[in-house]
Design a binder for this molecule. Structure first.
Ligand code: SF4
Ligand code: SF4
Length: 191
């Protein structure tokens, strides 16, 4: 201990404490390095990691989102904006279908603002059709506000083999109940 009257450090403080301090440094030099070399080396996330959202499709390519806005209401950060619209089986002027999802409604506008989103996952819990899920993608940083507002086109799942880009008629059943109950044959073969 330092001499209180003169403030002079004790012998222990002058000689042993610096040696002990460098000892910690010396020991650490030979330990396994745990620093991750991101972004040069990327490690897989945990399987249930909450990353970027995805809007899923049925096996015929129709969208699972019904534009109900439950995800937006569940979001504590007010990060989701949805506008629903009605499907129609009546062809429009050029003869193309107006159906984007089974049932009455679909999500015409769907946006997630990743400047607000805290990736908590409450929105995917609220979704009644499992239209909204989260991927493991975490590289969302950007330097412009507009690029961090993801539109429906950015969030929709890619078309897999056998899927057809909506709008088109229901191919897996006669009505939406066949879809929701899973009473259809995969790949659009409902014969
Ligand atoms: S993950 Fe959480 S914060 Fe992000 S959009 Fe969903 S509910 Fe909102
Ligand atoms: S993602 Fe789910 S909860 Fe959100 S609007 Fe679409 S169907 Fe409703």
């Amino acid at each position: 201990m330092a001499d209180k009257s003169t403030g002079t450090p004790s012998l222990k403080e002058q000689f042993w404490d610096p040696v002990a301090g460098f000892g910690v440094t010396f020991r650490t030099m030979f330990r396994k390095v745990v620093t991750e070399q991101y972004p040069k080396e990327k490690f897989p996330t945990a399987p249930r990691f909450h990353g970027r959202h995805q809007l899923n499709r049925w096996p015929d390519g129709l969208e699972k989102c019904i534009g109900c806005e439950l995800c937006a209401w569940a979001c504590p950060a007010d990060a989701i904006y949805v506008e629903g619209a009605s499907n129609s089986d009546e062809p429009d002027a050029d003869g193309s279908s107006q159906r984007f999802s089974p049932g009455e409604r679909y999500g015409r506008v769907y946006q997630i603002n990743y400047l607000r989103c805290i990736l908590c996952g409450l929105c995917i819990e609220a979704c009644p059709t499992r239209a909204l899920t989260m991927t493991n993608e975490y590289e969302l940083a950007d330097d412009s506000r507009s690029s961090l507002i993801y539109e429906k086109s950015d969030l929709l799942a890619p078309l897999l083999p056998g899927m057809q880009e909506p709008p088109h008629a229901m191919q897996l059943g006669d009505d939406e109940k066949d879809y929701y109950r899973g009473e259809f044959k995969q790949g659009g073969d409902n014969a």
